[in-house]
Design a protein. Sequence first.
Length: 177
Amino acid sequence: MGLFAAARERLLASRRIAYTGALLSAFLLFSGSGKPGVVRVGEKPPDFSLKDLSGATVTLSGLKGNVVVLYFWSNCPACWQQLPQLDGVYQRNRGKGLSLLAVNVGQERASVEIYARQAGLMFPVLVDEKMDVPNRYGVRRVPTIFLLDRQGIVREKVLGDIETKALEKMIRAALGP
């Protein structure tokens, strides 16, 4: 394949990714499946169980006592850029009681597995193809991030992009000295 053809293929692929992300955001915004909810700062979010990429079941309530970051993501360039950066945050803070769950929204397990393997993610990546959990949490765009304290209460909710350094600052404040 010539240089021009390869560049054209990369451009078309990036357009497909952007288009897919826009469709997913629209679907999240207007979907009405399940019992829609809104999780607010200061509240305890609903418990859930999802399978990680190894097939193990991860339950939110099983992480009580840890500071938990719930990172809802999908096929979006901002998510793809931030997830590997979050892996560094996770590696630096997991010994202090940080749990990070990357909840993929609506993608097929196989494509999520490929991305997670290529990115070298070490934290649990959960797949919710039916989008039940994001619907229960009121997630209407990706990324959406919830930061839970050690008692399981939402202390921060971030809609959209956030600088990784700013997120790590919030995490460290929740972890305490």
